[in-house]
Design a protein around this ligand. Structure first.
Ligand code: COA
Length: 308
């Protein structure tokens, strides 16, 4: 069976930056509180999910040197589609001149890692190239008067171009899960805004990230000390710190971009991934642990080996 190889990557961000200071002008909060309790300094706000996805997707295709005719499938992880129907992926597919299929995938903040595993399944069964994108405009479903949630979220997109390879490929193992008894912890009804039990989400997030990462590492037959870099979902700096501590992975090995981008749900792991690649933090042979959790609850982890 063919393995997967990541050959292109890119991000898309709206121009407008909203700082904590700006939020504190309309909310009973402060820059200091938000930084200390979440690790977030600012977020990008604006655009549509498809427009951000197109920017990220085009960059990934350009870097891999592929055209629309080469791509068999667009997988778009998002919780904030432009419309209820149709999915947003066909809009992205059309804008990028892609001739393959296109489908949205909603596993909340775990969506990108779910998508990575689905891409691997498509490639194992004959696809040659998959464009995997995580894109969100969470600013559209945030209650800007609720300081418990408004401070946390942002808009953005990240993409990977994934190709078939004859060798084992980059994806060594994965762990995907869900517990639908916990939907009430974090949800958004049609036409409403995000509701969240922040403390309980925090508590469970640490636990599922640790358990899921441990499962993925054991399936890849590697240990925490083998992991060069953790690319975690960017929800709260303290969640990442607590998970790293329990996994016995030094915190410095975790990629953090939430200070700049806040929590962008499906886009947060690819934004962190691309940041790590572009800042030279990933070297040939490195073992990478991707791990996320989100509404559902869902969780998803994967171990990758960077080949170059
Ligand atoms: N600014 C200032 N004060 C705030 C505040 C804000 N934005 N939000 C809450 N507070 C206050 C609370 O009212 C509370 O005050 P009190 O002690 O007088 O009652 C105090 O700060 C502590 O609130 P608490 O909710 O216990 O804070 P916390 O340390 O749990 O941090 C979150 C709140 C939301 C940042 C944190 O729980 C979190 O990140 N949870 C996980 C969220 C998450 O990951 N969501 C995405 C999942 S994909």
């Amino acid at each position: 069976m063919a393995g997967i190889r990541i050959t292109g990557w890119g991000i898309g961000l709206p121009d407008r930056i909203v700082t904590n200071e700006e939020l504190s002008q309309t909310l009973d909060t402060s820059d200091e509180w938000i930084r200390e309790r979440s690790g977030i300094h600012q977020r990008h706000i604006g655009g549509t999910t498809s427009s951000l996805a197109v920017i990220a997707g085009r960059a990934a295709m350009d870097q891999a040197g592929v055209t629309g005719d080469d791509v068999d499938m667009v997988l778009l992880a998002t919780t904030t589609p432009d419309k209820t129907v149709p999915g947003t992926a066909p809009t992205v597919q059309h804008a990028l001149g892609i001739t393959g299929g296109a489908v949205d995938l909603n596993a909340a903040c775990s969506g990108f890692v779910y998508g990575l595993v689905f891409a691997s399944g498509l490639i194992a069964t004959g696809a040659k190239r998959v464009l995997l994108i995580g894109a969100e405009t969470l600013s559209r479903i945030v209650d800007w008067e609720d300081r418990g949630t408004a401070i946390l979220f942002g808009d953005g997109a990240g993409a990977l171009l994934i190709e078939a390879t004859d060798d084992e490929g980059d994806l060594l193992s994965w762990d995907l899960g869900s517990d639908g008894s916990l939907t009430d912890l974090l949800y958004c009804e049609h036409g409403d805004a995000i509701h969240m039990e922040g403390k309980e989400v925090f508590r469970r997030a640490v636990r599922v990230m640790v358990d899921s990462s441990t499962n993925a590492m054991s399936q890849a037959n590697v240990t925490a000390s083998d992991i060069s870099l953790v690319i975690p979902h960017q929800a709260n700096m303290r969640i990442i710190q607590a998970a790293c501590q329990r996994l016995e992975i030094p915190e410095e090995r975790a990629v953090v971009v939430m200070d700049r981008y806040a929590n962008t749900s499906s886009a947060s792991i690819p934004l962190a991934f691309v940041d790590a690649i572009e800042n030279g933090r990933i070297h040939p042979g490195d073992l990478l642990l991707l791990t996320g959790f989100g509404a559902g609850m869902t969780w998803a982890s994967a171990v990758l080996r960077w080949p170059r």
